[in-house]
Design a protein around this ligand. Sequence first.
Ligand code: ADP
Ligand code: MN
Ligand code: MN
Ligand code: MN
Length: 377
Amino acid sequence: MSLLTDLLNLDLSDCTGKIIAEYIWVGGTGMDVRSKARTLPGPVDDPSKLPNWNFDGSSTGQATGDDSEVILRPQAIFRDPFRKGNNILVKSTTSFRHLKKNLVICDCYSPTGEPIPSNKRYNAERIFSHPDVKAEEPWYGIEQEYTLLQKDTNWPIGWPLGGYPGPQGPYYCAAGADKSYGRDIVDAHYKACLYAGISIGGINAEVMPGQWEFQVGPSVGISAGDQLWAARYILERITEIAGVVVSFDPKPIPGEWNGAGAHVNFSTKSMRSEGGYELIKKAIKKLEARHMEHIAAYGEGNERRLTGRHETADINTFTWGVANRGASVRVGRDTEKEGKGYFEDRRPSSNMDPYVVTSMIAETTVLCNSNLSNGSK
Ligand code: ADP
Ligand code: MN
Ligand code: MN
Ligand code: MN
């Protein structure tokens, strides 16, 4: 083991009660995840007990140089798989081994306390704290697809430089050196997310070689967005170690190659209960009535992906169906059979903001007036 590795693995708990907290926030492009670390005097058990902090917003496209300060407010905490222990320890009489948390998901405010435009969490939190939404305990399962690229060429890993692999078919959920590229990165991310306390449900290799998916959920309300952002941050850190670039572009390679989405599976308490399928159908009707508004919020460049081909629906047309992977919204066979369950919104792209998308689905299906007589079928 190198001296560097030794130092990185130092167990600080022998010599100091101080902890290292990594404050993480979404930057000015809406897709860049930024973070910086600070030393704190001791453990906390809740993000609200962590101090606010600030950063230079003129360097992240979030403020001007003459008024550059942006305030970070801690909102959610996760265990840090990189620094591991000796960080934000939650004290407990029995054990605090499993309660170390020091990844801190923050949102951004102006010095006067207003959420800045890139703070999409603020409005999401408003929707999720509405009593009608809270009462419905909205569950989300997000399928995050992404592509791994070679660092110097931005070409998918495993692909011949300047060339293409054989056509799609053998790669989805495949094993073998000629079909599966990047599994070590994907598996490291999977385990790191479990360590962090993220409810990651699984991973799979995608249809396009070099493209993968992980699922987060079911998570309740705002925690789905917090967890997905934490999982994206961890993926950036792991690909950094591997010297590989992660891309969330919805259509990284034009042509006969699948794009990357972020399907959002959704249910409310009523949909999960007896008679829920009727409510699911009502909710789908509401989504149909606001199709273009949702599309506008579902990710940049999604028009390159939602072509009506490669397991997508055309961007301009709302469709739904049981077991239909070419529809905007899919209902599973089990949900139809049991008369309750959940549905899948297949429209969001891989680079969508989960705060925006999850809260908008709750707003449209739970809060919007159900009086949508036009366009009903
Ligand atoms: P697909 O067949 O579309 O690839 P996945 O298995 O990748 O589906 O993802 C399904 C997601 O749906 C998972 O994240 C899972 O946690 C989530 N899910 C399961 N049940 C529910 C539910 N009742 N409400 C919301 N999400 C759910
Ligand atoms: Mn999936
Ligand atoms: Mn997929
Ligand atoms: Mn899916």
